[in-house]
Design a binder for this molecule. Sequence first.
Ligand code: NDP
Length: 284
Amino acid sequence: MTAQILDGNALAQELRESFQSRVAVLTAKGHRPGLVVILVGEDPASQVYVRNKVNACEKVGLYSEKITYDKDVNPQVVLDKIAELNADPKVHGILVQLPLPKHFDEEAVLEAISAEKDVDGFHAENVGALAQGNPRFIPCTPYGVMKMFEKGGVDLTGKEAVVVGRSNIVGKPMGLLLTNAGATVTICHSKTKDLLFHTSRADIVVAAVGRPRMITGDMIKPGAVVIDVGINRLPDGKLCGDVDFDSCKEVASLITPVPGGVGPMTITMLLANTIEAAERKAAQ
Ligand code: NDP
């Protein structure tokens, strides 16, 4: 069996095109969706992510702004800015690029963002709403994965789903979304005793670990759906996922590549969340 490949670039493009008319309608009504991204410090990867987010906004007609601070900034300055943005009606989404420098209390910063503008979905109130099955903002990466299941025609009801990774930004919300969608979910992590036992019985495997090619074809059940969230930079500069694509594609029925899989969907769902926030505001 050779797996069908789920093309994240194509799906992201399709969704972004569909956003343009929603943005046009909102803009005409005086509610042009607006996203502000806050970046603290000069981390090169974060700079690339922030640039990509701002560029993506501009392409679909969103208002966007990047606010940068020196890595030594007093956290209160950032908190004051967030308070100002919370009250600014042209801003529908506020995102603080993580990680923050060590002298910041990351949780306090995330909680300072109004839950109505928390387009990353990391505020405790939004995490709670997701856990209750009534989400307001779904964290962008797992939201993108759910769109990929939809596109791939994957029925999640009653399926055995194994998520490898339990981070707050990917693994845990992914587990909640799969649970809400009717799958039977197991979340594995670094303390899991027998990872192979879990992955090899799964109908769906989502890898969000940060270890190059750790999920290999012999760990996968024939016909499984394999989603690779991982983005790892190899010594030769190339990118690879947490899934060994070559061996898994011979066993799986559906698989996402890296690059060109989940990655492009993450920013797309950030745009979706910002547009949804503006639509909610416009409906008030
Ligand atoms: P974290 O480092 O926060 O979490 C990694 C998780 O993997 C942890 O729960 C950890 O367990 C678990 N883990 C580590 N080693 C093992 C192991 N040997 N066996 C099983 N589980 C293990 O990473 P993120 O969730 O932030 O990101 C995961 C990957 O996804 C990274 O490659 C990241 O670059 C990528 N990513 C991609 C995005 C995209 O847009 N495509 C967006 C966000 C992330 P424990 O909790 O016990 O330490």
